[in-house]
Design a protein around this ligand. Structure first.
Ligand code: KG4
Ligand code: ZN
Length: 333
């Protein structure tokens, strides 16, 4: 029975997970609150906090799983994409642990792992399926033909969906990270209060920079007329912004599903924690006759359980890497 230790450190979450025979036994996530004061992730600070958190996170993951470090069969780690300084901490830890215990090493692509989070719990999607992966750094529609056979069929040409939400929230004066704050206020507002433009991008690609700019101008112009505009209308602004982002994402997903005649549709990445997106996909799925797959909240944002489950499938294939492996800030699917 393979027991995989998964390590994730690509951005600002230090996470460790234990997976035994394809079952997640623990998933410890240490969030970094230090970035709140700066309104965004500061890469240099992120790597320092990873350095402090990585050993306690792994110890806690082993403790929660009731697994001894001598019972680990292999170490899976995020090789990329991500912040290089952050990745270095997880990669170095994984290499040191594997060297000390004479274990095989398994490299994992963070974006593939977000998709493979769907193989943690039942029900699991059937190949081929489409996965809309939306995070702070990526917005992709992925055609998933096998565990590690994935093709990006649509992606953002500029900003990611999460980035647009985070920047909007910053302009609104809300604390970082912005996505969850927009989600919170949007629940109390009218999504049709303000109309923001839908970009006309051909094919399955996305663009969010024009939308982001129009939101900035909208807020700036209204604040000039009424300095309390944001405070008085925060719920409606958040609901309207969220609605536009969700409709952009779902319209392209619908187009992709029709182009590829696929009915198994999944959602992944940090933005898939968004209430409006989850409800929107469930509703659209009902109308289209799709089987929709939405992971549990803790498997949406960055976590090591997705790294451990991906590691499990690579372990079964016997796909290991050597101690000379290095992280990659950019890593294609
Ligand atoms: O996948 P993730 O944890 O990290 C990256 O790989 O980027 O995604 C983080 C993104 C951030 O933009 C954050 O604001 C967004 O996910 N996010 C949300 C929610 N929770 C996290 N966006 C909207 N609603 C949420 N509830
Ligand atoms: Zn991520």
């Amino acid at each position: 029975m393979p027991v995989i230790l998964g390590i994730e450190s690509s951005c600002d979450e230090t996470s460790a997970s234990v997976c035994a025979d394809g079952v997640i036994l623990s998933n410890v996530i240490a969030n970094q609150t230090i970035h709140e004061a700066y309104g965004g992730v500061v890469p240099e600070l992120a790597s320092r906090v990873h350095q402090q958190n990585i050993v306690p996170a792994v110890q806690q993951a082993l403790f929660n799983a009731k697994v001894d470090k001598n019972d680990i069969s292999a170490v899976a780690f995020t090789r990329g994409p991500g912040l290089l300084g952050s990745l270095l901490v997880g990669v170095s830890f994984a290499k040191a642990f594997a060297l000390a215990k004479n274990l095989p090493l398994i490299e994992i692509n963070h974006m593939q792992a977000h998709v493979l989070a769907h193989f943690i719990d039942e029900p699991k999607p059937a190949f081929p399926f489409l996965c809309l992966t939306v995070s702070g750094g990526h917005t992709q529609i992925v055609l998933v033909k096998g565990y590690f056979d994935m093709e990006v069929i649509g992606q953002t040409t500029d900003d990611a969906a999460g980035e647009a939400l985070d920047k909007t929230s910053k302009v609104l004066g809300l604390p970082y990270p912005g996505g969850p704050m927009i989600d919170k206020y949007a629940r109390l507002g009218n999504p049709d209060a303000y109309k923001f433009p839908e970009p006309q991008i051909p094919g399955l690609d996305f663009s969010f920079s024009g939308l982001k700019t129009s939101i900035m101008y909208f807020i700036r112009d209204n604040v000039k007329l009424n300095p309390d505009f944001v405070q008085e209308n925060i719920n409606d602004i958040c609901a309207s912004v969220e609605k536009r982002v969700v409709t952009i994402l779902l319209n392209k997903l619908k187009k992709a599903a029709q182009m590829y005649s696929i009915k198994d549709i999944a959602l992944a990445g940090g933005v898939s924690a968004n209430t409006g997106l989850r409800q929107g996909l469930t509703q659209l799925g009902g109308e289209m006759g799709w089987n929709t797959f939405i992971p549990k909240f803790e498997y949406c944002t960055d976590n090591a359980a997705m790294i451990a489950i991906a590691g499990y499938y690579k372990y079964l294939k016997g796909e290991f890497v050597g101690q000379d492996i290095a992280p990659l800030a950019r890593m294609p699917m």
